[in-house]
Design a protein around this ligand. Structure first.
Ligand code: CTP
Ligand code: CA
Length: 218
């Protein structure tokens, strides 16, 4: 393991990472969520810190330890994640790994009872944290998004890069057994084209991405 005591390639840089799912409460005991262990995002936060960056990790609910040297802010909902990201700015780079729930519902104050029938859940669209950051006056110099796709992985990710205003999209092929596992097949989509990375353990994806970020920030 490499440890930089204040003299790594990312020393002096502040990098924001989002990770994990968000939970959107339905009532005090139920929620809507995306499937995400948080492992890839936590590995990236740790790898960036190892290269000397000051890392702020805005995390949804996960069962993971905070990587050494990382400042962690816990949130539950997408709206809380958006606020925490806002408060953590400015940053030199942001890596949005979180699997943000696309919708929320107005949560009931009391537990819904099934005897009263299936509740009609009115879904509202959550803020798009990445797209908002891309348009913000405090946009980080390097903005990296993730895209978990089950089909036409690179095609969807390439469109997403442009639509959301990200510099890079790490396209993650989740058609296999990735969720919660330790390996990942990713493609790095940039303005220059697409790089196919061989299947790698999540911590190796993290280290390679951290090194690419260090090179890009100079
Ligand atoms: N993202 C975000 N805020 C949201 C939704 C997504 O910041 N409300 C970020 C994710 O962290 C990720 C990127 O946007 O870096 C892509 O997320 P994804 O869910 O793949 O994109 P969507 O635009 O939500 O498209 P889809 O319909 O495929 O879910
Ligand atoms: Ca989504």
């Amino acid at each position: 393991e490499r440890h930089f005591a204040g003299d790594g390639p990312l020393t002096g840089k502040h990098i924001l990472v989002t990770a994990g799912p968000t939970h959107e409460p339905i009532d005090p005991v139920r929620y809507i969520a995306n499937r995400s262990s948080g492992k890839q995002g936590y590995a990236i936060a740790g790898a960036l810190a190892e290269l000397g960056a000051r890392v702020t990790l805005v995390s949804g609910p996960v069962a993971l330890a905070t990587p050494p040297g990382v400042t962690r802010i816990d949130v539950e909902t997408a709206r809380e994640m958006a606020d925490a990201v806002d408060r953590a700015l400015p940053a030199d780079a942001a890596v949005m790994v979180a699997a943000v729930a696309d919708w929320y519902v107005e949560a009931a104050a009391q537990k819904l009872k099934k005897g009263e029938g299936a509740p009609p859940l009115a879904l509202h669209t959550n803020p798009d944290i990445l797209a908002t950051l891309a348009k913000s006056p405090t946009r980080p110099r390097l903005l990296v998004g993730f895209a978990a796709e089950t089909e036409r992985v690179v095609e969807h990710a390439t469109a997403k890069r442009v639509r959301k205003g990200a510099d890079w999209i790490v396209a993650n092929d989740v058609s296999g057994d990735v969720m919660g596992g330790d390996a990942n097949t990713v493609h790095l989509v940039t303005a220059d084209g697409v790089e196919d990375w061989e299947p790698l353990p999540k911590d190796a994806v993290a280290r390679r991405l951290a090194e690419r970020i260090a090179a890009a920030l100079g």
